[in-house]
Design a protein around this ligand. Sequence first.
Ligand code: SF4
Length: 333
Amino acid sequence: MRIADYPFTQQAADHVRAAGYSLEDLLEKPSFRIFRTRAADRVRGAIDGDISDVRAQSESELLSELLSYPLARIMVSCLDDSHLLRRYALAEAKLAHRRMEREKADLILLAEDLNLHPQPAGDLFRLHFSEYIVAGHRMKSPKWKLVNRDLDRGFLTVTRDELVRLMEELVRDRVLSGLPLEVDSETCSRLDEILTPLRRDLEAMRSWHQTDLGRVEEGAFPPCIRSMLADVAAGKNLAHSARFALTSFLLRIGMSSQDVVALFSSSPDFDPERTGYQVEHIAGSSGTRYKPPSCSTMKTYGNCPGEDQLCARINHPLNYYQRRVRSISRKES
Ligand code: SF4
């Protein structure tokens, strides 16, 4: 396990402390600019909903993953927005989840750092129910309910995927604990150059959530969605995965179910009743509101037509859309 992938751990904090970098170094040293940039990247990821997953290889990249974390904590504290703090904790936890999913090393040490003590049992892990409750208290679907788990002398079993999911929840709590830090205004003002654009993005996110959710900005659609819309307009049938991606995307950005159904009316196999049912289902009629697939899933299904410059910097079509909407509204104001 590389601690740089898990900078919220006690081990990582000890490592940073032992390295003896001063706050002065982190804030001002020209050669530390890459760490400040990555820290800003983490905060921007929290605003957009997704921190990019840097697969650090070189010494400086590994150090950057480690040092950018405490710096990002300082930055989100300076930005002083409780909603952002929660988004930040969630985005760090999601990043950790992706890394844990592909982790080749044993997860036990990491779990223990998070105060979870799983015991390997073949392909499964035994967990004490009290730790399970602490980690899983936010999980509401029936499969996580304690009554749906077999208890054996205070222990229950979870799969590796479930363990990773529980650990993600604990990472979220770990990241959020202690935030906001008590950062003096002088420290914040020394980060002004980095914080100013982040403040703008944060403001844009707030106004987007408050007022623009129902407004669809076609000019901000990512290439994948534009290509699917062009196919629909040309009367081509979309593959199931593309139809799902397009529908879930349009619903998420605020288009009504009726408008989405009407959009498919030029498809050769259009059946208003069936399409209506499918769209309502994706919109959440059965209790689950489906999220559009990520860029990597879009690529897997052949639904990504190729990347433009912005595509190279995001990993979800919704992030693409949010960023474009923000830059359009900046130009308009
Ligand atoms: S990279 Fe993502 S947003 Fe861009 S076209 Fe591909 S799937 Fe769409």
